[in-house]
Ligand binder design. Structure first.
Ligand SMILES: [Fe+2]
Length: 167
């Protein structure tokens, strides 16, 4: 049963975020492996378990309204993951790579923040209060991940890059 146009946008966006999280579950172990700063490696590993949880939450939100993820592919996340892969392939010094990995990961977080922010707004207007709460919780986790990356960058990675001679 289709309710209205906003409902359709909500479902499409949920499917999109499902695909986004799924792609991220595959990408994060590679980012963790490529990171050389221990805190960064740890942040990626922690975010992997958070991301798995988010994937389940998005699946549950779709289940609640009798929808399923289908085979929609999030093209935005595809591009962002591709950029992350390029950083890994480009090599360079460990510090250079960490700086670039942090930015690639922050682009991912900001993309997700936009997606979940929209979803939360739609859920509220649609009267899906519990879903809005769940989405709010996911949003908090994405903000936290973004902040953590800021802290790691400012906590020494950027300075290390500043003090390293260019190749
Ligand atoms: Fe996420």
């Amino acid at each position: 049963m289709k309710m209205n146009a906003l409902y359709d946008v909500y479902v499409e966006q949920l499917k999109d975020m499902y695909s986004a999280e799924k792609q991220l579950v595959d990408a994060l172990p590679k980012l963790a492996e490529a990171a050389s700063t221990p805190e960064l490696q740890q942040a990626f590993e922690e975010h992997l378990s958070v991301t798995r949880g988010q994937l389940n939450k998005v699946q549950a939100l779709l289940d609640d309204i009798n929808e399923n993820p289908g085979n929609k592919v999030c093209k935005g996340m595809q591009g962002l993951v591709e950029e992350g892969n390029e950083v890994i392939k480009n090599g360079g010094s460990p510090v250079t790579r960490d700086v670039a990995l942090i930015l690639a990961a922050q682009k991912v977080e900001h993309y997700e923040i936009a997606g979940y922010g929209g979803l939360r707004a739609y859920a509220r207007v649609l009267g899906f209060d519990e879903a809005a709460e769940t989405l709010n919780g996911i949003l908090d986790q994405e903000y936290e991940a973004d902040q953590k990356l800021d802290d790691i960058a400012e906590g020494g990675v950027l300075d290390a890059g500043l003090n390293e001679e260019s190749a």
